[in-house]
Design a protein around this ligand. Sequence first.
Ligand code: ATP
Length: 271
Amino acid sequence: MSSPSLALDAIGHAVMADLRGPAQAIPLQICAETGSTNADLLSAEAWPQHPALVLLALVQTQGRGRSGRQWLSDGGSLTFSVRWPFSRSTSQLLGLPLAVAVAVVQGLEDLSVAGLSIKWPNDLLRRGRKVGGILVELSGQSAVIGIGLNIALDAVLAASLDQMAADVQPMQGPAIQRETVLAAILNRLVPALSVFNAEGFGAFQSDWATRAAWLGRAVRLGPAGSEVAQGTLCGVDAHGALLLEQQGRVSRYLVGDLSLRPIHDPAAESD
Ligand code: ATP
């Protein structure tokens, strides 16, 4: 019988075999189980010798969403965090979750996963249902970027969620493995983080807009249970702020505890 550390080594080798370019240079740590990969990398004691680092957890038990919400996962999920040093100010990092969403979607598109869109500010949808989430937390000059993605969504997990969910599997053909997905995402994300540090969100604005959920559609914006605004979604500006057109006037909304929802539910739509 193989030991748990040999199993982790095998997973690490499988990921590294698919890495290319600058993603090959980032140290990859793998743990069998943890509470939150973001919480782990936010700790100053976590691999201080590696300012840039990836931590993959095979099981994450206390995954976080925004504003204290939870990201739920099981053995069929991909849960990992990337720590990355930035030379930008906090306000210049506003668009980082959006740039990360673009890179994650591009990584999945490289694997021919269809029907993906990005919901401002931090969610990934597949055919209108949530397939992944991104949580960026700052620590000094570093950002810790947590990504949770449903690789093969289990019916029990799906039933425990308070919104419709999807996974990345194709309708037919061979199943997509977690290791393959992680490598495909890192191949896009690692170069994207360097570009973001050098150029900011402006470099991602048009790639974001081509993948935005509900672009040109009627949406409402507000914390759960209340509404701040309603309008037509026009996109985002060069900083990642949401642009809504209301009676011929475009207003700009910064990420706070604001959630975007369509006025008509698209969950039944297909791509
Ligand atoms: P918004 O970002 O628009 O406020 P949100 O309600 O999805 O959207 P987040 O903080 O981004 O909030 O993510 C947490 C939410 O994601 C949870 O409250 C739950 O509804 C949903 N969720 C948790 N785990 C999963 C999962 N594995 N798959 C799909 N959705 C999930």
